[in-house]
Write a protein that binds this ligand. Structure first.
Ligand SMILES: O=P(O)(O)OC[C@H]1O[C@@H](O)[C@H](O)[C@@H](O)[C@@H]1O
Length: 387
Protein backbone atom coordinates (compact mmCIF):
# COMPACT_ATOMS: atom_id res chain seq x y z
CA UNK A 1 0.00 0.00 0.00
CA UNK A 2 1.41 3.39 -0.92
CA UNK A 3 1.34 5.91 1.80
CA UNK A 4 1.22 9.67 1.61
CA UNK A 5 1.49 12.67 3.89
CA UNK A 6 -2.27 12.51 4.22
CA UNK A 7 -2.06 9.27 6.15
CA UNK A 8 0.52 10.75 8.44
CA UNK A 9 -1.54 13.83 9.05
CA UNK A 10 -4.65 11.78 9.67
CA UNK A 11 -2.72 9.70 12.07
CA UNK A 12 -1.72 12.76 14.06
CA UNK A 13 -5.14 14.33 14.07
CA UNK A 14 -7.09 11.17 14.87
CA UNK A 15 -4.93 10.53 17.90
CA UNK A 16 -4.75 14.09 19.08
CA UNK A 17 -6.05 13.26 22.52
CA UNK A 18 -3.16 10.89 22.97
CA UNK A 19 -0.50 13.12 21.51
CA UNK A 20 -1.39 16.34 23.32
CA UNK A 21 -0.20 15.42 26.82
CA UNK A 22 3.01 14.04 25.40
CA UNK A 23 3.88 17.07 23.35
CA UNK A 24 3.00 19.52 26.04
CA UNK A 25 4.90 17.68 28.76
CA UNK A 26 8.08 16.95 26.84
CA UNK A 27 10.47 19.23 25.07
CA UNK A 28 11.86 16.36 23.05
CA UNK A 29 9.95 14.00 20.86
CA UNK A 30 10.32 11.56 18.11
CA UNK A 31 8.46 12.53 14.99
CA UNK A 32 7.82 9.72 12.57
CA UNK A 33 6.92 10.42 8.97
CA UNK A 34 6.49 8.10 6.08
CA UNK A 35 8.20 9.70 3.16
CA UNK A 36 7.21 8.25 -0.19
CA UNK A 37 9.29 10.51 -2.46
CA UNK A 38 12.53 9.41 -0.83
CA UNK A 39 12.10 5.66 -0.63
CA UNK A 40 9.03 4.70 -2.65
CA UNK A 41 10.39 1.22 -3.17
CA UNK A 42 10.11 0.33 0.50
CA UNK A 43 6.58 1.51 1.09
CA UNK A 44 4.91 -1.81 0.50
CA UNK A 45 6.45 -3.22 3.65
CA UNK A 46 3.95 -3.52 6.47
CA UNK A 47 5.81 -2.30 9.51
CA UNK A 48 4.43 -1.40 12.91
CA UNK A 49 4.41 2.30 13.66
CA UNK A 50 5.11 2.61 17.31
CA UNK A 51 4.86 5.67 19.46
CA UNK A 52 5.74 3.88 22.64
CA UNK A 53 5.87 7.11 24.62
CA UNK A 54 2.37 7.97 23.52
CA UNK A 55 0.95 4.65 24.49
CA UNK A 56 -0.53 3.80 21.14
CA UNK A 57 0.44 1.56 18.29
CA UNK A 58 -0.79 1.50 14.77
CA UNK A 59 0.06 -0.89 11.99
CA UNK A 60 1.07 1.34 9.11
CA UNK A 61 3.71 1.36 6.42
CA UNK A 62 6.68 3.61 6.95
CA UNK A 63 10.29 3.75 6.07
CA UNK A 64 11.88 6.97 7.22
CA UNK A 65 12.06 8.30 10.75
CA UNK A 66 12.80 11.84 11.81
CA UNK A 67 14.22 12.57 15.20
CA UNK A 68 13.58 16.19 16.04
CA UNK A 69 14.69 18.24 18.98
CA UNK A 70 13.14 21.09 20.91
CA UNK A 71 9.80 21.23 19.17
CA UNK A 72 6.77 22.35 21.08
CA UNK A 73 3.38 20.99 20.17
CA UNK A 74 2.46 24.34 18.67
CA UNK A 75 5.44 24.26 16.32
CA UNK A 76 4.52 20.77 15.27
CA UNK A 77 0.91 21.70 14.71
CA UNK A 78 2.03 24.65 12.60
CA UNK A 79 4.19 22.33 10.53
CA UNK A 80 1.36 19.91 10.05
CA UNK A 81 -0.84 22.74 8.87
CA UNK A 82 1.81 23.75 6.35
CA UNK A 83 2.04 20.20 5.08
CA UNK A 84 -1.74 20.07 4.88
CA UNK A 85 -1.72 23.15 2.67
CA UNK A 86 0.67 21.41 0.31
CA UNK A 87 -1.39 18.28 -0.05
CA UNK A 88 -2.70 19.13 -3.49
CA UNK A 89 0.74 19.79 -4.89
CA UNK A 90 3.02 16.97 -6.05
CA UNK A 91 4.91 15.22 -3.25
CA UNK A 92 8.01 17.13 -2.28
CA UNK A 93 10.52 16.84 0.49
CA UNK A 94 9.04 19.13 3.15
CA UNK A 95 12.41 19.58 4.81
CA UNK A 96 14.46 20.27 1.67
CA UNK A 97 11.80 22.60 0.32
CA UNK A 98 12.14 24.88 3.30
CA UNK A 99 8.41 24.74 4.06
CA UNK A 100 9.38 23.50 7.50
CA UNK A 101 12.36 24.59 9.55
CA UNK A 102 13.02 22.14 12.28
CA UNK A 103 16.63 23.03 13.06
CA UNK A 104 18.45 20.19 14.74
CA UNK A 105 17.25 16.86 13.43
CA UNK A 106 18.28 13.42 12.29
CA UNK A 107 16.70 11.37 9.54
CA UNK A 108 17.02 7.58 9.70
CA UNK A 109 16.01 5.03 7.12
CA UNK A 110 14.75 1.63 8.17
CA UNK A 111 16.65 0.36 5.16
CA UNK A 112 20.02 -0.43 6.69
CA UNK A 113 19.21 1.64 9.80
CA UNK A 114 21.15 4.23 7.87
CA UNK A 115 21.26 7.77 9.18
CA UNK A 116 20.64 9.80 6.02
CA UNK A 117 20.63 13.33 7.40
CA UNK A 118 21.89 15.23 10.42
CA UNK A 119 21.22 18.94 10.61
CA UNK A 120 22.39 21.64 12.97
CA UNK A 121 20.28 24.37 14.52
CA UNK A 122 20.47 26.46 11.34
CA UNK A 123 19.07 23.58 9.30
CA UNK A 124 22.48 23.02 7.66
CA UNK A 125 23.26 19.47 6.59
CA UNK A 126 26.33 17.92 8.22
CA UNK A 127 26.46 14.57 6.41
CA UNK A 128 27.28 14.01 2.76
CA UNK A 129 24.78 12.43 0.38
CA UNK A 130 25.70 12.07 -3.25
CA UNK A 131 23.46 13.80 -5.77
CA UNK A 132 23.62 10.50 -7.65
CA UNK A 133 22.78 8.37 -4.62
CA UNK A 134 20.48 5.49 -5.50
CA UNK A 135 17.67 5.03 -3.00
CA UNK A 136 16.85 1.58 -4.15
CA UNK A 137 16.82 -1.71 -2.30
CA UNK A 138 18.90 -3.76 -1.73
CA UNK A 139 21.96 -1.46 -1.80
CA UNK A 140 22.82 1.22 0.74
CA UNK A 141 22.62 4.71 -0.68
CA UNK A 142 25.89 6.65 -1.07
CA UNK A 143 26.09 8.90 1.95
CA UNK A 144 24.92 9.31 5.53
CA UNK A 145 26.07 6.59 7.91
CA UNK A 146 25.75 3.04 6.59
CA UNK A 147 26.29 0.31 9.19
CA UNK A 148 29.03 -2.15 8.19
CA UNK A 149 28.31 -5.51 9.85
CA UNK A 150 29.25 -8.33 10.25
CA UNK A 151 32.16 -7.50 8.00
CA UNK A 152 34.08 -4.35 7.20
CA UNK A 153 35.27 -3.99 3.61
CA UNK A 154 36.67 -7.19 2.16
CA UNK A 155 37.89 -8.62 5.49
CA UNK A 156 35.85 -11.83 4.97
CA UNK A 157 33.83 -13.82 2.47
CA UNK A 158 30.65 -11.71 2.66
CA UNK A 159 29.55 -8.89 0.38
CA UNK A 160 31.55 -5.65 0.79
CA UNK A 161 30.87 -4.15 4.25
CA UNK A 162 28.52 -6.99 5.21
CA UNK A 163 24.77 -7.32 4.78
CA UNK A 164 23.34 -5.18 7.62
CA UNK A 165 23.36 -1.99 5.53
CA UNK A 166 21.28 -3.73 2.87
CA UNK A 167 18.53 -5.12 5.10
CA UNK A 168 15.26 -3.69 6.38
CA UNK A 169 15.45 -3.08 10.13
CA UNK A 170 12.53 -2.80 12.51
CA UNK A 171 11.62 -0.33 15.20
CA UNK A 172 12.46 -1.95 18.51
CA UNK A 173 9.53 -1.16 20.74
CA UNK A 174 10.95 -2.70 23.87
CA UNK A 175 14.76 -2.71 23.86
CA UNK A 176 16.69 -3.98 26.87
CA UNK A 177 17.54 -0.95 29.02
CA UNK A 178 20.67 1.09 28.40
CA UNK A 179 22.53 2.96 31.13
CA UNK A 180 20.57 6.03 32.26
CA UNK A 181 23.07 8.47 30.69
CA UNK A 182 22.24 7.02 27.26
CA UNK A 183 18.56 7.90 27.57
CA UNK A 184 17.97 10.99 29.67
CA UNK A 185 16.93 14.17 27.91
CA UNK A 186 17.39 12.82 24.44
CA UNK A 187 15.25 12.16 21.41
CA UNK A 188 15.93 8.69 20.18
CA UNK A 189 14.73 5.69 18.27
CA UNK A 190 15.71 2.04 18.75
CA UNK A 191 16.09 -0.21 15.73
CA UNK A 192 16.60 -3.95 15.53
CA UNK A 193 18.03 -6.42 13.05
CA UNK A 194 17.89 -10.17 13.58
CA UNK A 195 19.54 -12.86 11.52
CA UNK A 196 17.21 -14.03 8.76
CA UNK A 197 17.14 -17.46 7.15
CA UNK A 198 18.70 -15.95 4.04
CA UNK A 199 21.55 -14.38 6.03
CA UNK A 200 22.13 -17.63 7.91
CA UNK A 201 23.05 -19.26 4.61
CA UNK A 202 26.10 -17.02 4.16
CA UNK A 203 26.75 -16.19 7.84
CA UNK A 204 25.40 -19.03 10.00
CA UNK A 205 25.18 -17.19 13.31
CA UNK A 206 22.09 -16.05 15.22
CA UNK A 207 22.39 -12.51 16.46
CA UNK A 208 20.36 -9.53 17.57
CA UNK A 209 21.71 -6.15 16.53
CA UNK A 210 20.17 -3.19 18.36
CA UNK A 211 20.92 0.34 17.27
CA UNK A 212 19.90 3.42 19.22
CA UNK A 213 20.05 6.66 17.24
CA UNK A 214 19.70 9.76 19.36
CA UNK A 215 19.95 13.51 19.21
CA UNK A 216 21.21 15.29 22.30
CA UNK A 217 20.04 18.69 23.47
CA UNK A 218 23.30 20.11 22.04
CA UNK A 219 22.49 18.62 18.66
CA UNK A 220 25.06 15.81 18.89
CA UNK A 221 24.33 12.62 17.00
CA UNK A 222 24.78 9.50 19.14
CA UNK A 223 24.82 5.96 17.85
CA UNK A 224 24.88 2.98 20.17
CA UNK A 225 25.19 -0.49 18.69
CA UNK A 226 24.62 -3.62 20.71
CA UNK A 227 25.26 -6.99 19.14
CA UNK A 228 24.18 -10.07 21.09
CA UNK A 229 25.12 -13.66 20.35
CA UNK A 230 21.95 -15.74 20.61
CA UNK A 231 23.75 -18.69 19.05
CA UNK A 232 24.95 -21.87 20.70
CA UNK A 233 28.47 -21.18 19.38
CA UNK A 234 30.85 -18.22 19.50
CA UNK A 235 31.11 -15.96 16.46
CA UNK A 236 33.28 -13.05 15.41
CA UNK A 237 32.58 -9.94 13.37
CA UNK A 238 34.05 -6.65 12.25
CA UNK A 239 32.06 -3.45 12.27
CA UNK A 240 32.09 0.23 11.24
CA UNK A 241 29.93 3.33 11.34
CA UNK A 242 30.78 4.32 7.77
CA UNK A 243 30.38 8.05 8.36
CA UNK A 244 30.24 10.34 5.29
CA UNK A 245 31.06 13.79 6.64
CA UNK A 246 30.10 16.74 4.47
CA UNK A 247 33.16 18.95 4.02
CA UNK A 248 33.76 22.19 2.14
CA UNK A 249 36.87 21.13 0.24
CA UNK A 250 38.79 17.92 0.90
CA UNK A 251 42.12 19.67 0.18
CA UNK A 252 41.47 21.94 3.17
CA UNK A 253 40.63 19.18 5.64
CA UNK A 254 42.87 17.78 8.35
CA UNK A 255 42.29 15.02 10.84
CA UNK A 256 43.86 15.29 14.26
CA UNK A 257 44.23 12.32 16.58
CA UNK A 258 45.53 9.72 14.13
CA UNK A 259 49.09 11.00 13.77
CA UNK A 260 51.87 8.53 14.69
CA UNK A 261 49.46 5.58 14.52
CA UNK A 262 49.96 2.45 12.47
CA UNK A 263 47.56 1.97 9.59
CA UNK A 264 46.65 -0.67 7.04
CA UNK A 265 46.61 0.69 3.50
CA UNK A 266 43.76 -0.84 1.50
CA UNK A 267 45.31 0.60 -1.68
CA UNK A 268 48.44 -1.51 -1.05
CA UNK A 269 46.97 -4.91 -0.15
CA UNK A 270 46.46 -3.89 3.49
CA UNK A 271 50.17 -3.36 4.05
CA UNK A 272 51.00 -1.85 7.45
CA UNK A 273 52.61 1.62 7.72
CA UNK A 274 53.17 4.19 10.45
CA UNK A 275 51.67 7.65 9.99
CA UNK A 276 54.43 10.26 9.92
CA UNK A 277 52.69 13.63 9.51
CA UNK A 278 51.50 16.06 12.22
CA UNK A 279 47.94 15.56 11.01
CA UNK A 280 46.25 13.71 8.18
CA UNK A 281 45.67 15.83 5.05
CA UNK A 282 44.41 14.86 1.59
CA UNK A 283 45.83 15.24 -1.89
CA UNK A 284 44.96 11.89 -3.50
CA UNK A 285 42.85 8.76 -2.95
CA UNK A 286 42.98 7.50 0.64
CA UNK A 287 41.65 4.14 1.85
CA UNK A 288 43.16 3.28 5.22
CA UNK A 289 42.38 1.71 8.56
CA UNK A 290 44.14 3.43 11.47
CA UNK A 291 44.74 1.04 14.34
CA UNK A 292 44.32 1.47 18.07
CA UNK A 293 43.22 5.11 17.84
CA UNK A 294 42.39 7.40 20.76
CA UNK A 295 38.71 7.65 21.67
CA UNK A 296 38.37 11.18 20.34
CA UNK A 297 39.51 12.56 17.01
CA UNK A 298 38.83 15.81 15.21
CA UNK A 299 38.14 16.59 11.57
CA UNK A 300 38.93 20.25 10.95
CA UNK A 301 37.21 22.00 8.07
CA UNK A 302 39.32 25.11 7.60
CA UNK A 303 37.11 26.76 4.99
CA UNK A 304 33.87 26.32 6.94
CA UNK A 305 35.62 27.11 10.19
CA UNK A 306 34.05 24.14 11.85
CA UNK A 307 35.35 20.95 13.40
CA UNK A 308 33.68 17.56 13.63
CA UNK A 309 34.56 15.86 16.89
CA UNK A 310 34.20 12.10 16.83
CA UNK A 311 34.11 10.38 20.20
CA UNK A 312 33.85 6.64 20.46
CA UNK A 313 33.88 3.66 22.76
CA UNK A 314 34.48 0.03 21.88
CA UNK A 315 35.71 1.11 18.45
CA UNK A 316 39.53 0.98 18.44
CA UNK A 317 40.06 1.48 14.70
CA UNK A 318 39.25 4.32 12.31
CA UNK A 319 38.57 3.88 8.61
CA UNK A 320 39.48 6.90 6.49
CA UNK A 321 38.30 6.97 2.89
CA UNK A 322 38.12 9.41 0.02
CA UNK A 323 37.89 7.98 -3.50
CA UNK A 324 39.38 11.06 -5.22
CA UNK A 325 38.70 11.89 -8.86
CA UNK A 326 39.46 8.70 -10.79
CA UNK A 327 37.57 6.32 -8.54
CA UNK A 328 34.70 8.79 -8.10
CA UNK A 329 34.28 8.85 -11.89
CA UNK A 330 34.03 5.06 -11.94
CA UNK A 331 31.23 5.01 -9.36
CA UNK A 332 27.69 5.14 -10.75
CA UNK A 333 26.28 6.67 -7.57
CA UNK A 334 28.82 9.44 -7.13
CA UNK A 335 29.18 12.72 -9.05
CA UNK A 336 32.57 13.26 -10.71
CA UNK A 337 33.48 16.21 -8.51
CA UNK A 338 31.66 15.19 -5.34
CA UNK A 339 34.70 13.55 -3.77
CA UNK A 340 35.78 17.10 -2.92
CA UNK A 341 32.90 17.45 -0.50
CA UNK A 342 33.02 14.17 1.41
CA UNK A 343 35.28 12.36 3.80
CA UNK A 344 34.52 9.05 5.45
CA UNK A 345 35.88 8.78 8.97
CA UNK A 346 34.57 5.57 10.48
CA UNK A 347 34.64 4.50 14.13
CA UNK A 348 35.29 0.79 13.68
CA UNK A 349 36.49 -2.60 14.90
CA UNK A 350 38.48 -4.09 12.07
CA UNK A 351 41.95 -5.41 12.82
CA UNK A 352 40.93 -7.59 15.78
CA UNK A 353 37.35 -8.70 15.20
CA UNK A 354 34.96 -8.87 18.14
CA UNK A 355 34.51 -12.42 19.43
CA UNK A 356 31.21 -13.07 21.20
CA UNK A 357 30.50 -16.22 23.17
CA UNK A 358 26.90 -17.47 23.41
CA UNK A 359 24.81 -14.98 25.38
CA UNK A 360 27.48 -12.25 25.29
CA UNK A 361 26.86 -8.72 24.05
CA UNK A 362 29.18 -6.14 22.50
CA UNK A 363 28.56 -2.39 22.58
CA UNK A 364 30.06 0.22 20.25
CA UNK A 365 29.29 3.91 20.82
CA UNK A 366 29.87 6.85 18.52
CA UNK A 367 29.17 10.51 19.24
CA UNK A 368 29.42 13.14 16.52
CA UNK A 369 29.54 16.81 17.46
CA UNK A 370 30.32 19.96 15.54
CA UNK A 371 32.11 22.91 17.09
CA UNK A 372 33.54 26.15 15.75
CA UNK A 373 37.15 25.64 14.65
CA UNK A 374 38.23 28.39 17.03
CA UNK A 375 38.08 25.67 19.68
CA UNK A 376 41.61 24.37 20.10
CA UNK A 377 42.37 20.67 20.48
CA UNK A 378 42.91 20.93 24.22
CA UNK A 379 39.43 22.37 24.71
CA UNK A 380 37.95 19.62 22.57
CA UNK A 381 39.14 17.11 25.13
CA UNK A 382 40.71 14.91 22.48
CA UNK A 383 42.73 13.15 25.13
CA UNK A 384 39.59 12.40 27.14
CA UNK A 385 38.96 8.74 27.63
CA UNK A 386 35.75 7.78 25.85
CA UNK A 387 32.35 9.44 25.84
O1 LIG B 1 31.14 1.46 -2.36
P1 LIG B 1 31.02 0.97 -0.96
O2 LIG B 1 30.73 -0.51 -0.90
O3 LIG B 1 30.06 1.76 -0.14
O4 LIG B 1 32.45 1.15 -0.31
C1 LIG B 1 33.06 2.37 -0.33
C2 LIG B 1 34.44 2.32 0.31
O5 LIG B 1 34.28 2.11 1.68
C3 LIG B 1 35.49 2.19 2.42
O6 LIG B 1 35.23 2.02 3.77
C4 LIG B 1 36.42 1.12 1.94
O7 LIG B 1 37.62 1.17 2.67
C5 LIG B 1 36.67 1.29 0.46
O8 LIG B 1 37.55 0.29 -0.01
C6 LIG B 1 35.35 1.26 -0.29
O9 LIG B 1 35.59 1.51 -1.64
Amino acid sequence: MYFSYLHVLDLFSSHQTHTLPFFTNNRFFLLIFCFVPIFPQFCHLPLPLVFSNLGFCSSRSLDVLWIVKDQSFLDLKHTIEELRCGLNSPPINPFASGCTEFGKLIRVSLHGAQVTSWKNEHGEELLFTSSKAIFKSPKAMRGGIPICFPQFGTCGSLELHGFARNRMWFIDDNPPPLPAYDSIGKSFVDLLLKSSEEDMKCWPHSFEFRLRVSLTSDGDLNLISRVRNINGKPFSFSFAYHTYLLVSDISEIRIEGLETLDYLDNLLQKERFTEQGDAITFESEVDRVYLGSPNAIAVLDHERKRTFVIRKEGLPDVGVWNPWDKKAKSMVDMGDEEYKHMLCVDGAVIEKPVILKPGEEWTGRLQLSVVASSFCSERLGLDRDGL
